[in-house]
Design a protein around this ligand. Structure first.
Ligand code: ADP
Length: 558
């Protein structure tokens, strides 16, 4: 059985990707290909038998008839076999790419994932993969028909070698037409796929921004008629043109074919004074070959689309570089985390400017509550992401108990932290949280956070996530508390909570975490509770402008 575990890493070229997809199934691929090829040869043998039967005497006819029946039966069985095998290989390839792409995305660096966005990966995991399956489904036809064509060409050559030369010239002429348009058509398909990625992003806004669109008629109109309609129109134009070019190549192929047939039957047969039986052989072969050639030409767009899909999947490799995962075990605790001269930069496209956080020098120790304060956009969340190892620092060093955390150690380092960021995501179950007496602990916390009438936990999953934002945040806090990690980071957790829950959070939960020896970083604007922190760090425009301990005054400079 082929392994269907999500493996990280995708080969960086379409061809290498295709090969890697077939790994472990090469035997089946060979069998499917052989079935298609032998089926194709069998179908070619049928034309020779038909031609023989036309000139055969009565005594040969029953023998030829039996042969014909045998070949027909064999060809049908082989066709069934090759179609079933290629269907299996196509679905297997789809599942494998899906799992590998997911594995790749799960192991890509957070900063790249954030920058890249979800539209293209979502399009790849759905549309592009279906294109690949369609390609696989077409493979038996392509191989069988290709063999029929080659077999018929060989049969023509056996009937007359001069004719074969003309046939090969016709093939070359057909291929030339194809090559002329293929590059342009592929380019159009590539660009239309990119446009579709943008569209997926915009489709989301139809739902996420439903309130804003309903409340503002002009906005809705501009969004639908311009923001959405324009890329839809471009996709329509690029797709149509791309496929028309492919059709032109295909029609050109048909034109060359019919030209060749006409030339042979009406001109060459006379010029070379070919005998009547051979000419009827040509005619039957030509009639027989038309359908395979047409279906081969018809498959050109499928091959083109599959190529574009493979290119896009393979590009994930360079667009989303993998983060090295070391073998270090996650740390169960720490004595000291130190940020020494660390920085992080963003390029803000809209303003065409850089935002730089740092250089930051900070030390965190267990059992200490630190409040991180500062205006909007001052860099608080960025500092939290740098601290928890989501971002790589461009300068300086991150030290865990005195040892630098390098790229290979970052994943293990991140396991020190439990977080609730302001744009947290709530999974519908306690995935991977392995606390002892998990469900009873969870029930206690549900009661404490006054969620027990709304949500319960069954088989490790929440019964509902259909909650208000404040309730969802409380549930996210519950998950973080159950994780029981040594370092807690809360990014404006209390911002949309009732005063009652602010009290619970600042007066009970945070001191409780401190008493249990946890380090806690709280990003907050709640100045009512400032006196409860062991120290305050204030950021302004990416720089630490004040750093004070409980006994100091907050405005004291570092
Ligand atoms: P705060 O948490 O203090 O509000 P942030 O750390 O979120 O501040 O942001 C600091 C600055 O960095 C802001 O100017 C913001 O626009 C910019 N910024 C934040 N995240 C990104 C990002 N992913 N890409 C580009 N710029 C960003």
């Amino acid at each position: 059985m082929p392994s269907l575990k999500p493996a990280a890493g995708l080969p960086g070229t379409p061809f290498a990707l295709l090969l890697s997809l077939l790994q472990g199934a090469r035997g089946l691929l060979l069998l499917a290909t052989l079935a298609s090829l032998v089926g194709g040869l069998g179908a070619t043998a049928m034309v020779a038998l038909i031609n023989q039967a036309l000139g055969a005497g009565d005594d040969q006819l029953s023998h030829l008839g039996l042969q014909f029946a045998g070949v027909v039966g064999g060809v049908l069985l082989l066709r069934l076999l090759s179609q079933a095998l290629f269907m299996y290989l196509g679905q297997r390839a789809k599942a494998q790419v899906r799992l590998r792409a997911i594995g790749h995305m799960a192991q890509a660096s957070y900063a790249h994932l954030e920058r890249y966005g979800s539209a293209r990966p979502l399009a790849i995991l759905t549309g592009d993969l279906d294109t690949l399956v369609v390609f696989f489904l077409n493979l038996p036809t392509l191989l069988t028909q290709g063999t029929v064509i080659l077999g018929c060409l060989a049969y023509l050559g056996w009937l007359s070698w001069q004719l074969l030369v003309f046939a090969l010239l016709a093939v070359a002429l057909g291929a030339l037409g194809f090559l002329l348009v293929n590059g342009r058509a592929l380019d159009l398909l590539r660009r239309s796929r990119q446009r579709e990625d943008d569209l997926i992003q915009q489709f989301r806004a139809l739902f996420d921004g439903a309130k804003e669109l309903k409340l503002h008629r002009r906005r809705r109109q501009v969004f639908v008629e311009e923001t959405l309609a324009r890329p839809i129109e471009s996709v329509r134009r690029q797709r149509t043109l791309g496929y028309v070019l492919f059709s032109a190549a295909s029609s050109w192929g048909s034109l060359v074919l019919f030209g060749f047939i006409g030339l042979t039957l009406f001109v060459l047969a006379r010029v070379f004074a070919v005998d009547g039986h051979v000419v009827s052989g040509y005619a039957i072969t030509f009639l027989y070959i038309i359908l395979p050639i047409e279906s081969l030409l018809g498959a050109i767009p499928v091959i083109g689309s599959a190529r574009v899909a493979l290119e896009r999947i393979a590009r994930l490799d360079s667009d989303l570089p993998l983060e090295p995962i070391g073998t270090a075990e996650p740390d169960q605790g720490f004595e000291r985390i130190e940020l020494r001269g660390m920085t992080h930069q963003y390029f803000r496209e809209k303003e065409n400017s850089l935002f730089q956080l740092g250089p930051v020098d900070l030390v965190f120790t267990p059992g200490e509550i630190t409040y991180l304060i500062g205006g909007n956009g001052s860099g608080k969340t960025t500092l939290a992401k740098l601290l928890v190892g989501l971002y790589e620092s461009e300068a300086g060093t991150l030290l865990l108990d005195g040892s630098p955390v390098d790229a290979r150690g970052r994943d293990a380092y991140r396991q020190c932290f439990s977080t609730v960021f302001s744009d947290f995501y709530l999974f519908d179950s306690l995935l991977g949280v392995l606390a002892p007496h998990l469900e009873s602990q969870a029930r206690l916390l549900l009661r404490e956070l006054q969620l027990e009438h709304k949500v319960s936990i069954e088989d490790g999953g929440f019964t509902t996530l259909d909650l208000s934002q404040g309730q969802r945040k409380r549930l996210a806090l519950l998950v973080a508390l159950l994780e029981d990690r040594p370092f807690y980071v809360f990014d404006e957790w209390a911002a949309d909570q009732d005063p009652e829950f602010k009290e619970v959070f600042y007066q009970r939960l945070l001191p409780d975490l401190k008493a249990r020896g946890k380090a806690v970083l709280v990003i907050t604007h709640d100045d009512r509770y400032f006196n409860l922190a062991d120290r305050h760090i204030k950021l302004d425009m990416g720089k630490i402008v004040a750093h004070s301990h409980r006994s100091d005054s907050i405005d004291e400079p570092v």
